[in-house]
Design a binder for this molecule. Sequence first.
Ligand SMILES: O=C(CO)[C@H](O)[C@H](O)COP(=O)(O)O
Length: 232
Amino acid sequence: MDEARKLKIAAAAEALTYVRNGMRLGIGTGSTAEEFVRLLAEEVKDGLEIVGVPTSERTAALCRELGVPLTTLDETPHLDLTIDGADEVDASLRLIKGGGGALLREKIVAAASDSMIVIADQSKVVDPLGRFPLPIEVNQFGLGATLRAIEAAAAKCGLAGPLNLRQKDGAPFVTDGGHYIVDASFGRIPDPETLSNALFAIPGVVEHGLFIGLAQAAIIAGTDGIRTMKRP
Ligand SMILES: O=C(CO)[C@H](O)[C@H](O)COP(=O)(O)O
C-alpha cells in the first residue's frame, strides 16, 4: 500500500474513535472519506449501531455496497457528527472543499451536524488558503454572466485568476444537484470571509468551497504520526 493511502487510513481510524453507538453521522466524500466508510463498515459488521447521511451519490453507493445504514436529512434533520475530507485546511480550521464536486451537499450536511471533524494528510494544511483552486458551484443558467460577476467579486477582494469550468469526459462536470463547478485559481486568499460574502451575493452562485466556522477539529496524519488541530 502506498504511503499516501496509509496516511488517509490513519486519519480515518482516528476519526472512528469519536463515533459512538447510536450516532447520526454525516459521511463525507473523497478518497479519505472513503477510507473512513470502509473502517466504519467493519465496525457496523461488529455491531456498531449508527445511521449515516452520505454527502454524495458516490459515497451513498459505497455505503450501500458495504452495508452502512443510511438515512436522509428529511428523515433525520439533525446529525451528531460529520466526518469529511478537505482539499485545504488552515490554522483557523477554515477549509477549501469541493475537489470531488460534492461541496453543496457536504456543506448542507456539515451545517446540520453538531460538529464536523476533518480528516486529511499533512499536505492539506496550508497558510493561507488558496493553493488549491476554489470550487464554486454555479447554476447552469446564465453561466457567462455568473463568470463575469465572479471575476468582479474577486477583483473587489483584490483577487484575480483563471476561472475554469470543470470538465469530465469531454463535457462540463455536473454535480449531484445538477449544477456546474467553476474552479477559481485566485492564489492566496488572505480574507476568506470577505470572499465568501462577495460570492454569496451573486445570484448564479449556488455554493462555494470555502467552509468557514464549520469544522471543530481536523485530524491530520503525517509520517511522524497523528495530530488533532482544534478551532482556536
Ligand atoms: O471536498 C471533497 C469532495 O467534494 C473532498 O473531501 C476533498 O476533495 C478531499 O478529497 P480527498 O480525500 O480525495 O483528497
